[in-house]
Design a protein around this ligand. Structure first.
Ligand SMILES: *Cc1c(COP(=O)(O)O)cnc(C)c1O
Length: 400
């Protein structure tokens, strides 16, 4: 495996810092030897609900299952249509397909990254039953008009908050605004387990009760099956790990935001960058730090040669994936989304990222667009000097 100078994410740094607590949590589960639907799940559900300020939280097997079960609990089934943004992770669409309903894509807003509400009314038909707004990259998408349209047209709203743990919209936690909200605890999410996991949150008792049954073979009580459910539960080991990590989430999100501010400062005026670097959303939790760049693929290769790992979210939009050829969409149908596929680049982002590493990344990006005139050999010294000057301006703080 490649050793990156700056990896895209570094989970081991986080786990080193919490090693003792995590080991204790795991030991307790193994000693108790209850591995499914025990105290850890119960406690974590309560803590997560309290953190978000929502009445019910139900642990499930993954973010995809959280979306799928929330939709089924709201009655979505074959013959229905569900609207979602074209620029999202494919799981949002797969959750709709899993219910038998048809995913209907809408292009996105360049700034808040959610469904372009100007286009929303045009795709609503008598078969439309729900809208899934996605809080992409950790940024709350605009919900006001979506809620308004949903109320007027009698549609459910299921928030995909799988990238937005702790993000807020109008003072409320993302995921708690619609009829249901869905989270993923995939290891690299802002709150991640040691495997797969997910959560449905809701203020509706009926949705909570149905998800509770659906995740456990559709049973209510013991051996009384009221629905054709599935097996999708958040196990005790995951719940114990997530419970240990949850108290750190706000601090980690603050650190992500500080790195984002630093990137924005270091990359200001860089002429290969197209979009604003500053997030206009103060409660963005920066699951990803996405910049829009010229010659994206060449820049990505350049950064890789300098030991910097980057990502693309997402290189092939859902409407151009072979799996969704049946929807009948074509190249050119979603212009903004297709532009993201061409020019979006996700820079390294994780709470433990150091100041020095953000500088390495920013220097390498600048170097790509403004190649050094002098021989390469002088560059390290120029950079070291620049750093020394910056340090002295900051009053000698030498934190890396
Ligand atoms: C990660 C993610 C999912 C799916 O979560 P899993 O736990 O991987 O199934 C769904 N939607 C979005 C936007 C995601 O980022």
């Amino acid at each position: 495996m490649t050793r990156w100078r700056v990896p895209f994410v570094d989970l081991s740094a986080q786990h080193r810092a919490l090693a003792e607590d995590l080991q204790t949590a795991l030991r307790v589960v193994v000693e108790r030897s209850i591995f499914i639907q025990g105290d850890e799940l119960h406690e974590f559900e309560q803590q997560f609900a309290a953190y978000l300020n929502v009445p019910w939280a139900l642990g499930v097997g993954s973010g995809l299952d959280a979306l799928r079960l929330a939709l089924v609990a709201l009655g979505i089934r074959s013959g229905d249509e569900v609207i979602l943004p074209a620029n999202t992770f494919i799981a949002t669409a797969l959750a709709v397909s899993a219910t038998g309903a048809r995913p209907v894509l809408v292009d996105v807003d360049e700034v808040n990254l959610g469904i372009d509400v100007g286009r929303l009314l045009k795709v609503i038909t008598p078969r439309t039953k729900a809208i899934i707004p996605v809080h992409l990259y950790g940024r709350a998408c605009e919900l006001t008009q979506i809620l308004e349209v949903a109320a007027r047209k009698n549609l459910w709203v299921v928030e995909d908050a799988c990238q937005a743990h702790g993000a807020r919209w109008n003072g409320r936690s993302c995921g708690t605004v619609g009829d249901a909200g869905c989270f993923s605890f995939y290891p690299s999410k802002n709150l991640g387990g040691a495997g797969d996991g997910g959560m449905v949150v809701t203020s509706r008792r009926d949705v909570a009760e149905r998800v509770r049954a659906l995740r456990d073979y559709g049973q209510v009580g013991k051996a009384h099956h009221v629905m054709k459910g599935l097996n999708s539960r958040l196990d005790e080991i995951q719940a114990a790990i997530l419970r240990t990590k949850l108290p750190h989430l706000d601090d980690w999100n603050r650190r992500r935001a500080a790195h984002a501010a630093r990137y924005a400062e270091l990359l200001k005026g860089c002429d290969g960058l197209r979009a604003t670097l500053h997030s206009p959303f103060p409660e963005d939790v920066f699951h990803l730090y996405v910049v829009r760049v010229r010659e994206r693929d060449a820049l990505k290769d350049h950064l890789a040669r300098r030991g910097i790992e980057t990502g693309i979210h997402y290189p092939v939009p859902i409407h151009l994936q072979p799996a969704y050829a049946d929807l009948g969409y074509r190249q050119g149908d979603f212009e903004v989304t297709e532009r993201f596929a061409r020019d979006a680049l996700s820079l390294p982002m994780y709470p433990e990222l150091s100041r020095r590493r953000t500088e390495l990344v920013a220097d390498a990006v600048r170097e790509f667009y403004q190649p050094p005139r002098r021989p390469d050999r002088s560059q390290p010294r120029v950079r070291a000097n620049r750093r020394a000057i910056r340090r002295s301006l900051r009053g000698g703080s030498a934190s890396a």
